[in-house]
Design a protein around this ligand. Structure first.
Ligand code: NDP
Length: 348
């Protein structure tokens, strides 16, 4: 694979994909970027700015995950397909329609289109650690202390952790389609919770929402003892590019700087910005979570299987094979808060 590629990036207006497009342009690649609507200027302004900054390198196309044939034009002449588009929402009314259908059918629509596009030789898929495990309790069930790329989420469903379910079925479908042919290979990126500065002022993404809720004091009385893996958005974008450039790259790659409880994350921000925000300093007892769970859209099952349960991911494959040099969590948090100040989404 030569260093200069024409790369399709789906969902290019998203939080992660925006950094990905920027880094691809900076490394002199040609980018075919799909967005749901070219008329939604607020969502694509940063892409139009990048188009001006890198003349002739960025081409924008409209495409919808649910429309068969939607990605045909954008895929033409591409050697690499980076499929990032997929809804990331936790609070949904109809999980099948809002999550599973776009994730699964979208993966099919994008990957099946490759059969009409002989130039494509590699697909990089944005999956998630949500396809590795569904609940933190899964480690106990498996009697392990750390999750790695050999593990699959077997506990999520349409009713329980439906977002994680959507990511699991979509990644499985990608592997199934890849194995049906031998022209293109598949490299999967499985990020943990992604934080760090956004290139846009959008606040509808889960990563930005989480940070805003924390900084605006939503958890000031206390936070659930909930552990997530965290990774910087710029490291996630770089991992996608490495997945494209490293010829030998194969299989799945967990991306996780480390795991932290919400109170630990709050303590890091507190150190960086002393007394600036109303951050949670203590953990809420689990019994209280059972009481308030239904009001914060957390089911009893989710409380029982996640609160107070440790979590750990093995990130060694990403370091060894994709040469990821993880940013410190302090850098991630500092830059994220600064971006929110700069975008006037929190007041200085
Ligand atoms: P965003 O919500 O910012 O981006 C999601 C993208 O998917 C948007 O560009 C959105 O388009 C697009 N999309 C959603 N539905 C459709 C559809 N029907 N047709 C076309 N495009 C659609 O989320 P992130 O950047 O955070 O997530 C990107 C990917 O990374 C997802 O696959 C997500 O599952 C995965 N991921 C995210 C993590 C995180 O912590 N943020 C962690 C692990 C994985 P539009 O701009 O029009 O809304």
């Amino acid at each position: 694979m030569t260093d200069k590629q024409t790369v399709l990036v789906t969902g290019a207006s998203g939080y992660i994909a925006s950094w990905l497009v920027r880094f691809l342009l900076e490394s002199n690649q040609i980018v075919h970027a799909t967005v749901r609507s070219l008329s939604k200027q607020d969502k694509i302004k940063h892409l139009l700015d990048l188009q001006k900054k890198y003349p002739g390198q960025l081409h924008l196309f409209e495409a919808d995950l649910l429309q068969a044939g939607s990605f045909k034009l954008a895929m033409k002449a591409c050697t690499v397909v980076m499929h990032t588009a997929s809804p990331f929402k936790i609070d949904v009314n109809d999980a099948q329609k809002e999550l599973v259908q776009p994730a699964l059918e979208g993966t099919r629509n994008v990957l099946e289109e490759i059969s009409n596009c002989p130039s494509v030789t590699r697909v990089v898929l944005t999956s998630s650690v949500a396809a590795i495990n569904g609940d933190n309790y899964d480690l106990k069930t498996k009697a392990i202390s750390q999750l790695d790329e050999s593990h699959w989420n077997t506990t999520s469903s349409l009713k329980h952790q439906p977002y994680s379910y959507s990511k699991t079925v979509a990644e499985k479908e990608a592997w199934r389609l890849q194995k049906e042919q031998n022209r293109w290979d598949l490299v999967v990126i499985n990020p943990s919770f992604v934080m760090g500065p956004s290139l846009t002022n959008r606040v509808d993404g889960q990563s930005t929402q989480f940070m805003l809720d924390l900084l605006k004091g939503k958890l000031a009385i206390g936070a659930p003892d909930l552990h997530f893996g965290y990774v910087d958005v710029r490291d996630v974008a770089k991992a996608h590019i490495q997945a494209m450039l490293v010829k030998e790259a194969s299989g799945r790659h967990i991306l996780c700087q480390n795991t932290y409880s919400i109170v630990q994350v709050a303590a890091i921000i507190q150190q960086l910005y002393p007394k600036r925000f109303n951050l949670p300093a203590r953990q809420l007892p689990k019994w209280m979570l059972y009481l308030v769970g239904p009001f914060i859209k957390m089911s009893w099952k989710s409380v029982s299987r996640n609160i107070g349960h440790p979590l750990d991911y093995n990130n060694s494959k990403s370091i060894k094979h994709l040469q990821i040099n993880y940013k410190a969590i302090e850098t991630t948090m500092k830059d994220h808060v600064q971006q929110l100040f700069d975008s006037n989404l929190i007041s200085a």
